[in-house]
Write a protein that binds this ligand. Sequence first.
Ligand SMILES: *Cc1c(COP(=O)(O)O)cnc(C)c1O
Length: 425
Amino acid sequence: MKKNLETLCVQAGWKPKNGEPRVLPIYQSTTFKYETSEMMARLFDLKDEGYFYTRLANPTNDAVAEKITALEGGVAGVLTSSGQAANFYAVFNICEAGDHFITSNTIYGGTFNLFGVTMKKLGIECTFVDPDWSDEQIEAAFRPNTKCFFGETISNPGGNVFDIERFAKMAHRHGVPLIVDNTFATPINCRPFEWGCDIVTHSTTKYMDGHATQVGGAIVDSGNFDWEAYADKFPGLCTPDESYHGLTYTKAFGKKAYITKVVSQLMRDLGSIPSPQNCFLLNLGLETLHLRVPRHCENAQKVAEWLEKNPKVGWVNYCGLKSNKYYELGQKYLPNGSCGVIAFGLKGTRDDAIRFMDNLDFICIVTHVADARTCVLHPASHTHRQMSDEQLLEAGVAPDLIRLSVGIENVDDIIADLEQAMEKM
Ligand SMILES: *Cc1c(COP(=O)(O)O)cnc(C)c1O
């Protein structure tokens, strides 16, 4: 039976058999028992499906991965211990030393460092492009060794909307997949696969959990990218894996080749699995995702409109505002709302921004975003501290930018707190 998103949030994933717990159990066990040595050997050969060690798979984790895969409309998915691990694995699964990939330059600061600094040390080069450039300008970045294109549906913290359909077509013209980090939109507001994206990643730490209780990530594959059609580009998927008795992922697993490789090669060798306890907490968050996300958007829209009218505010970036540069793209990709995160700047100095934040009452300064509780952060002083002013501007982060993550409290109270903090400035 085909189910709607609301039903999937509540019901997808764990399906108890007769007499089993109704609620997803926490399989807090590293190991799983088998009757014979042969049974276990078949699992190691990937001939049978089953659990043997939690670094590779765990029933609690798998049930939650299955829910997120269903929400995105994919064919296979895997959970990781953080959003950082998800983005690293998503790219590293198809890139090796000597390869190259392209990313939008308006991405999360952590991903910016991962791609520009750490992956470079592994011999993987990344070109940062401005999504506002023309097709010609961006296409000039493709090289024969380019293996994927990356962007964020809604960028953190700038709030820019990524033109998924345009970049999917562009990536496909060059025979590579489009990977989209869908953390801020969540599948409630945007399902990138419907626009041609091939692989979706998430920091489940944000709205999916929604209560700031666990750090986690997810990768979901649409199953749509034809790796075999570009077999020379993707030898890791299309030629025998020596570390798996010469098994070829595309031949053995078809549409599940990409995720199977993430699990049986990257997870096996590098780890980064979430704990079953964390997956249990994530699942609780997912059960109300469809209720929380619309409330975040409704509150954020009202706060953005209030900020825009406020004489103390220099600028507001929220794609739900008609004045916004990304309003049209927002209407296309996010017709039911974008997210609860607003970027804005106050008139005055950097210090004024910091004073304003210190004056807030229940709105907290935390290194977090996309949480039930309204919170603020000054990226230039916090998350993006390692970046130069030049890099900040390139990443769409103005030095005076305040990232306001609007929660699901009463919106009048949120506005009242912002107002009193501005009055005291
Ligand atoms: C937070 C975030 C990440 C990193 O996720 P962690 O769970 O903190 O590792 C990646 N992408 C986006 C868009 C994020 O907001």
